[in-house]
Design a protein around this ligand. Structure first.
Ligand SMILES: NC(=O)c1ccc[n+]([C@@H]2O[C@H](COP(=O)([O-])OP(=O)(O)OC[C@H]3O[C@@H](n4cnc5c(N)ncnc54)[C@H](O)[C@@H]3O)[C@@H](O)[C@H]2O)c1
Ligand SMILES: O=C(O)C(=O)C[C@@H](O)[C@H](O)[C@H](O)COP(=O)(O)O
Ligand SMILES: [Zn+2]
Length: 376
């Protein structure tokens, strides 16, 4: 969706389908005219399109999207939210509702989420709630959003006491991953996206993990072919998992690998202090060590592969102290509100063997000991 130099109209578009009966939808991955011409076929009909974006993404890509949507909808509205994880909350969500109601958006309005995971999660939640549900489309512009957050229908805002605590499962009608948008992405944000890409290896596909080991330098250098392969394979894996277990009754929990620790880091450090992908990277190292501690990974081979891959991707491998005096207790406090917790018992996604994951209750004392051993 470059506003300056579009790719040729003939470039191929990859299509990954999410299969959820009447709520099935395509994920389109590509660039330039060919991508957008194919996307337009799937635009939901409506009386207006409402582009929800933020103040960083708007100057980059809003105009181009607006021009496309004007060909399809009688009215195109826009709302640019403040940028950052610290704004993923009720007040900012209300700005979307203010814009919808203030501009007379009706039940046939279609919301377009243009931005990273924060915009996608909030727009999706707003779409789920507005007039009890209006259609929405994901136009993810970060790597993290293209490989993970735009797919699968988890929508939410944060609460000071816990990450993504208020939300809904609500599927988009279409996901359009325009890889041209990644050209303007800051390096640390590209790394954050790579954390979620790397996650798919140990939970589902170690062949893909080996491909990542061989190609991480190309990914960091923003090689378009490598990025496209990583995005496509990530979406295929996420689509397979979500299609089998939309509302996380079981299998979908594997997508939470590294997140029990990671979400505690994000909330404990203050939202926005640690990028989500960075917190997940440090969390995956802890979850792998926990898998070892519990005897699921008898040798240290996998950790010896994971750590250098994360480092080459520009990701942190060490978790921060959340409290100078009672660090493990603070982690446990924050992790206890995790959505996988059952009857007060914290449940972690563990690896056994690499390429397969499961969720398991872990005694507080064991988790605390691990945190004491691993965090300086
Ligand atoms: N719903 C899900 O399944 C799911 C999955 C993973 C993560 N998430 C959520 O996603 C969020 C993280 O998403 P994120 O990493 O995309 O962060 P983000 O949305 O904060 O975007 C990162 C930064 O990049 C900027 N940006 C976006 N696109 C850009 C572009 N093309 N060029 C330049 N700058 C650009 C944004 O303005 C922001 O400053 C977290 O809130 C996390 O909880 C949700
Ligand atoms: O789609 C999922 O399911 C995931 O768990 C993907 C995660 O990467 C994502 O961060 C998700 O928002 C975490 O879910 P939560 O239910 O723990 O908030
Ligand atoms: Zn995540």
């Amino acid at each position: 969706m470059s506003q300056s130099s579009p790719a040729p109209a003939t470039a191929a578009v990859d299509v990954v389908d999410i299969a959820l009966d009447a709520r099935s939808y395509p994920i389109l991955i590509g660039q330039g005219e060919s991508l957008w011409q194919q996307a337009e076929v799937h635009f939901p009909k409506g009386t207006s399109a409402v582009i929800v974006t933020n103040t960083t993404v708007a100057p980059l890509y809003l105009q181009a999207l607006r021009q496309r949507l004007e060909r399809h909808y009688p009215k195109v509205l826009e709302v640019a939210l403040p940028d950052g994880e610290q704004h993923k909350n009720w007040q900012t969500l209300n700005l979307i509702f203010d814009a919808l109601l203030g501009n007379g958006a009706d039940r046939k309005a279609v919301l377009y989420a243009l931005g990273g995971g924060v915009i996608g999660d909030m727009t999706g939640f707003a779409a789920a709630c507005y007039m009890r549900g209006v259609p929405f489309v994901q136009v993810p512009t970060t790597l993290l959003a293209q490989v993970d957050s735009s797919v699968g229908g988890k929508t939410a805002i944060n609460h000071p006491l816990g990450k993504n605590m208020i939300g809904a499962f609500y599927q988009p009608r279409l996901v359009v991953c325009d890889i041209d948008t990644l050209r303007t992405l800051p390096t640390e944000q590209l790394s954050a996206g790579l954390a979620e890409v790397i996650k798919y290896g140990p939970i589902y596909d170690m062949e893909f993990f080996a491909w990542l080991e061989a190609n991480v330098e190309r990914l960091v250098a923003q090689d378009a072919d490598a990025l496209r392969h990583a995005i496509r394979r990530s979406c295929e894996i996420k689509a397979a998992v979500v299609s089998a277990d939309e509302t996380e009754a079981g299998l979908r929990e594997i997508l939470n690998f590294g997140h029990t620790f990671g979400h505690a880091i994000e909330a404990g450090m203050g939202y926005g202090a640690w990028l989500h992908g960075h917190a997940v990277a440090a969390g995956m190292v802890l979850a792998t060590r926990l898998s070892q501690k519990l005897g699921h990974l008898p040798d240290a081979d996998f950790l010896a592969r994971l750590v250098p891959l994360l480092q080459k991707a520009g990701l942190p491998i060490e978790a921060p102290r959340l409290d100078p005096a009672r660090n493990a207790e603070r982690y446990l406090e924050l992790m206890r509100v995790d959505k996988k917790t059952q009857g007060g018992a914290i449940r972690f996604v563990l690896i056994a063997p690499p390429g397969q994951a499961h969720t398991e209750k872990v005694a507080d004392a064991v988790a605390a000991q691990l945190l004491d051993e691993c965090i300086a």
